[in-house]
Design a protein around this ligand. Sequence first.
Ligand SMILES: Nc1ncnc2c1ncn2[C@@H]1O[C@H](COP(=O)(O)OP(=O)(O)OP(=O)(O)O)[C@@H](O)[C@H]1O
Length: 239
Amino acid sequence: MSDAVRVEHLSKSFGSIDAVKDVSFAVPAGTAFGLLGPNGSGKSTVVECIVGTKVPDKGTVEVLQLDPIRERRRLFQRCGVQFQDCDYQPEIKVSELCEEFACLYDSPADWRELCNRFGIGDKTAEAVKSLSGGQRQRLFVALALLPDPEVVFLDELTTGLDAAARRSVWEILNDLKRDGMTLFLVSHFMDEVEAVCDRICILEDGAIAFMGTPEEAKAATGEANFEEAYLVLSGKKGE
Ligand SMILES: Nc1ncnc2c1ncn2[C@@H]1O[C@H](COP(=O)(O)OP(=O)(O)OP(=O)(O)O)[C@@H](O)[C@H]1O
């Protein structure tokens, strides 16, 4: 199995802050990987170096065997990224935003089908700004899947979703994984991570504190509950 994402000895500093310190991992194609860690531990910086919006100080990054900075255009067509929000015209409708995004890709997925799948099929004629927070969140996950990507980066995927909507998003993601898509999640929700991720990497102060499966995390700490294991491994238990 080839690696969809490969990060080797990645380091990145901002002035005197060493945000990422010598981080290496690989994500095999068709698997789900969770990047975890407390606020400020370096997750977003790692993801930004992977998707090519930040330049590493040291180390190398490959996504689908491509360099995310030099081969950004090619990668753009094959890789989805979830935005928390994006700049859209104030009155734009869901259908119009989807059309605008779809135009950017050579072979986009069917946005109507994606909206139906994410439970917002009846909202496509409405203004994006009129959607509830949870509906907008689902729209942005659908937009990340619009390139029909081989790998998708999802950040705080189910923030603001109700319990039923969260489960339905997890099911969709597991279906996509079964169809061969690689999932890269950044999450603070351990139930979500356990439901979707095959392997996890926990960052603490920019360095890797743990890498393995959720089951291995529990075994390593002797905790039966994954969230407890996470708190131990990220140095936050008892704080
Ligand atoms: N552009 C920047 N300029 C200066 N410092 C930065 C910049 N971006 C990130 N940092 C610092 O780098 C460290 C890692 O930040 P990062 O956003 O990667 O963490 P994170 O794990 O994604 O946090 P969160 O869970 O809160 O989103 C933090 O100390 C942060 O303040």
